[in-house]
Design a protein around this ligand. Structure first.
Ligand SMILES: O=P([O-])(O)O[C@H]1O[C@H](COP(=O)(O)O)[C@@H](O)[C@H](O)[C@H]1O
Ligand SMILES: [Mg+2]
Length: 573
């Protein structure tokens, strides 16, 4: 079926409804029409995510209700409808509406729903699944994406985002739904009266806060040193505002200035290009305020409060915005160093394969096992679940370069509330020894080696953009370059073919992981990894260079950046 034909079906089905005018409006914009109707929304790295609007490839009440009906079918066949589903939403446009639609469809299927009636973070929803022992969970959020996006994150009963097998099954159920315009829904007041819908009260927030606070390894040092910290925090208009402030206050932090322009929910996210702590621009207002208040630490959380960004002062008193790898290495080294004396030998940490190799060296230093998984925090959560099922291994810490960290396994997704607490605690601990976080970071490089990492993302919009992204990786797969700039390629790991090719000997060996569209070039003195993002229309590449000295690592990374940028431009032209 062509996209025009699909559009006509929608027009016909919705002709007498409030949506008719929305559909009329796109009739004359061929590109928009094509992008809205040429395909179905897919389940990517973190569930379903897309632009809000009319169409099969858009987030709207119809695609949300259909996904929910598919989730309901999956629960009725393989889950526990009585245990039910926990539902939360963030501060984006339509998040509350889509959450209510989700609840209505689930209840119409006789599935119990436990729903928050104010915006809540992703980690709180993950915690809620475990705490209420529900069979599944849904959060309506598009995380850090630009304002025009929304999304649908689906969780399993272990509190982690759905493993691939489940999301494939949900996709299959979606494809079996012929009429997406007449999916049954129960009015929420009726569902409440029937006992199918329960609103979650504040007691659960309190349990979550106390569990996060209990992770603090040195609460006494934190209380003692709290006055040395002067923090500026920005929730970037999202759900972090309540939990992050509460936890830091409970632990004794008194000087915490919240960026006023970004304190309150605003679905237009008017102060940022995208509410993403990965982007420097997200820190602009926070840095201004921090300079006015002479603060020494900046924290930023994304709208669903699972990502944490951090900026610290260098010896010249300027703010340095840390990368996700740097924050993760600081936190992991802190946690491992403080807990080392309790280790019995079965401890493990988890990172994604695109996360810095410095993690491997830190794990080796403390004698803990390092497990590497694909991008997506669900794979880190899966390792925690596995360790529980097999009784093998004790989870200590997990992180991925995309600003996601987890210490306490009462949450099974990345948790910026925990991470904010941990970084504040680490700052207090090191202050008690006269060191700043910046000093500590430099110390880590001096101890473990200078691992310099950089993520290059190229955004390419629309159908054509997606095709360019896919083609770029395909082209590279068809013929591996022998060099990337001056960097000799030693081996190539193709995670789709599940094999590693040694470029020197020509020998291949299997990779014992599931399939994933990732190419990993092992270089002399570095690495280059490339993959299409599963959450945004981006081609992502991860560059790393390492050396014993900073100047050498810096210059290698700069060279690699030039070469990789040229390669990416050529692949996507
Ligand atoms: O967007 P969030 O904060 O939910 O984060 C999501 O996307 C990140 C980037 O994925 P990709 O590189 O495929 O875009 C993943 O690392 C993360 O686990 C996932 O939950
Ligand atoms: Mg997020």
């Amino acid at each position: 079926m062509t996209y025009r034909e699909t559009y006509e079906i929608w027009k016909n089905a919705l002709k007498d409804t409030e949506y008719a005018s929305d559909l009329d409006r796109i009739a004359d914009d061929e590109d928009l029409l094509q992008d809205s109707f040429y395909k179905e929304m897919e389940f990517g790295t973190a569930g379903m995510r897309g632009i809000i609007g009319m169409g099969t490839n858009r987030m709207n009440v119809f695609t949300v209700k259909r996904a929910t009906q598919a989730l309901a079918n999956n629960i009725l066949a393989h889950g526990d409808p009585v245990a039910g589903v926990a539902v939360a939403y963030d501060t984006r446009k339509n998040s509350d509406l889509f959450a209510r639609e989700t609840a209505g469809v689930l209840c119409a299927n006789g599935i119990n729903v436990f729903m928050y009636d104010t915006p809540h973070s992703v980690p709180q929803l993950s915690f809620t699944i475990l705490e209420l022992k529900t069979t599944s969970g849904v959060v309506i959020t598009a995380s850090h994406n630009p304002p025009e996006y929304n999304g649908y994150k689906v969780y399993g009963k272990d509190g982690g985002q759905c493993p691939v097998a489940d999301s494939d099954r949900i996709t299959e159920y979606i494809s079996q739904i012929d009429d997406m315009f007449h999916i049954e829904s129960m009015p929420l007041d009726e569902a409440e009266r029937n006992g199918l819908l329960t609103y979650i009260g504040h007691e659960l927030d309190e349990i979550y806060f106390s569990k996060v606070e209990a992770l603090c390894i040195h609460p006494e040092i934190m209380k003692q040193q709290a006055d040395k910290l002067n923090i500026v925090y920005t929730p970037l208009h999202g759900t972090g505002n309540v939990p992050v402030r509460r936890v830091l206050k409970d632990l004794g932090i008194r000087r915490l200035h919240v960026v006023p322009e970004q304190e309150h929910p605003d679905p237009a996210f008017p102060t940022v290009k995208a509410p993403n702590p990965e982007e420097r621009q997200s820190f602009d207002l926070a840095v201004e305020l921090a300079n006015r208040e002479n603060a020494n630490l900046i924290l930023a959380t994304d709208p669903d409060s699972d990502r944490l960004g951090v900026a610290v002062r260098n010896p010249a008193h300027e703010f340095v915005i840390l990368t996700g790898n740097q924050i993760g290495c600081l936190l992991m080294d802190y946690v491992l160093s403080q807990k080392q004396s309790t280790f019995v030998g079965d401890e493990f940490v988890v990172k994604s394969i695109v996360t810095s190799d410095m993690v491997d060296v830190i794990a080796g230093h403390y004698g803990v096992e390092l497990r590497s998984v694909f991008t997506g925090f669900k794979f880190i959560a899966e390792q925690i679940k596995l360790s529980e099922q097999t009784g093998k291994g004790k989870f200590i810490f997990g992180f991925e370069e995309s600003y996601g960290y987890l210490q306490g396994a009462f949450v099974r997704d990345k948790d910026a509330v925990q991470a904010a607490m941990m970084i504040a605690e680490a700052a207090c601990w090191y202050h008690s020894m006269g060191r700043t976080l910046y000093d500590v970071l430099v110390g880590l490089y001096e101890k473990y080696g200078w691992f310099e990492d950089l993520v290059l993302s190229k955004t390419l919009y629309g159908k054509e953009g997606i095709e360019k992204i896919q083609n770029a990786v395909r082209t590279l797969r068809e013929s591996y370059p022998g060099h990337i700039g001056a960097f000799k390629v030693l081996a190539v790991r193709d995670y789709l073919k599940q094999e590693r090719l040694d470029m020197l000997t020509g020998k291949t060996e299997p990779i014992d992981m599931e399939r994933s569209n990732v190419l990993y070039f092992e270089l002399e003195g570095g690495r280059f990894i490339i993959r299409p993002s599963g959450t945004e229309p981006k081609l992502k590449s991860y560059l790393s260079a390492s050396a014993a000295e900073k100047t050498e690592a810096d210059s290698k990374l700069a060279q690699l950046k030039t070469a990789a940028s040229a390669l990416i431009d050529q692949l996507t032209k």
